[in-house]
Design a protein around this ligand. Structure first.
Ligand SMILES: C[S@@+](CC[C@H](N)C(=O)[O-])C[C@H]1O[C@@H](n2cnc3c(N)ncnc32)[C@H](O)[C@@H]1O
Length: 325
């Protein structure tokens, strides 16, 4: 890297951000449609074994966290094409995983990759009657079903089986989870909350749908060390190498070009915003992990290895308290 080159280039986690959207430049599509248009990019670059950080770090980390609580019913918020829903289904003790995402072009691939069949409700309803309230069998009062009906070609419940556990996908947003209170033993969200507005509301929803004692696992691009503008600087004139941190305390809502012509919404928030909103939702921290980037990532470029002591990922694990403090 040469002096004067912007810190963060080639590093910003987990995608290579080239910069924030300039308000004067029209976006190729409406902001709400960005994930719909870019789902294929995500699937190609970050799923099905394509990404070292998922393979070597995120997947084992999540499996470990869920494995230690053996959740019967788990919710994957912002499931994308379902890679982590399928991981959760493989965890011992899991009976049913529900993945929700608002993006149709993620959910259609999730169904394909899970070998899902369309369950028009009988299965999920029967399951709910059998005491498993998770998933589309238990819509919140006033809501007709998890995906809603309409032109998306999906019925209320789309279910497959992975490692003996049921996996159901539903079209929904983190802002309003279409499930009854206390429907899940565990919930998790991976690289989702930094793309959405309304953290407090979405975390309140997590608190609502978890049973007392339930577990929440939140995986984020590390909000401190990966704040916008952060990155490894190798100043060859001054002979200094250091990690520059961008304006951490400034909440920033923008759209980032993360790859050529690939724009996604990004929100930077200080870590305290997440932790305090979780506490307000009755979700109390029990564990935090900041793993070093895995070998498969470091091997990709010399500057990655130089900055190996700076985590890209943050994991917060919380327990839903029976009573708010
Ligand atoms: C970076 S991808 C992560 C997908 C998946 N969690 C994984 O780790 O493979 C972010 C996902 O968040 C989803 N998303 C965007 N807005 C959302 C919202 N309001 N509620 C839930 N998910 C949302 C997108 O559709 C996209 O699938």
């Amino acid at each position: 890297m040469t002096p004067g080159q912007e810190a963060g280039q080639g590093w910003s986690a987990p995608y290579q951000a080239d910069g924030y959207h300039d308000a004067g430049r029209p976006l190729p599509v409406e902001a709400e449609q960005l994930w719909e248009v870019n789902a294929g990019w995500w699937q190609e670059a970050f799923t099905a074994g394509a990404d070292a950080e998922y393979e070597e770090q995120i997947i084992p980390l999540l499996a470990r966290q869920l494995g230690s609580v053996r959740p019967g019913r788990a919710l994957d918020i912002g499931c994308g094409e379902g890679q982590l829903s399928r991981v959760a289904a493989g965890v011992e003790g899991t009976r049913h995983v529900v993945g929700i995402d608002p993006t149709r072009s993620q959910l259609s691939v999730a169904l394909e990759r899970t070998g899902a069949w369309v369950d028009n409700g009988a299965g999920a309803g029967a399951d709910a009657a059998g005491g498993d309230a998770a998933g589309a069998g238990a819509p919140r009062s006033g809501q007709s079903g998890a995906t809603g009906s309409g032109d998306d070609g999906m019925s209320g419940h789309e279910t497959g089986t992975v490692a003996g556990a049921r996996v159901t996908y539903a079209r929904a947003s983190a802002a309003s989870l279409p499930f009854a209170d206390a429907s899940f033993d565990a919930a998790f969200a991976c690289l989702v909350f930094e793309h959405i507005e309304g953290t407090a509301g979405a975390l309140a929803e997590v608190g609502r749908v978890l049973v007392p004692g339930g577990t929440f696992v939140l995986l984020l691009n590390h909000p401190l060390l990966q704040a916008p503008g952060s990155g490894w600087v190798d100043d060859q004139i001054l002979g200094e190498q250091y990690w520059r941190i961008g304006p951490y305390l400034v909440e920033h809502h923008g759209v980032e070009e993360v790859d050529k012509d690939v724009w996604v919404p990004f929100v930077h928030r200080p870590l305290s915003v997440y932790v305090n909103a979780m506490a307000d939702a009755g979700l109390y921290l029990t564990r935090m992990e900041e793993p070093a980037p895995p070998e498969g990532f470091l091997a990709r470029a010399e500057e990655y290895r130089e900055a190996a002591a700076f985590p890209r990922l943050l994991m917060l694990r919380a327990e839903k308290l029976a009573r708010r403090r």
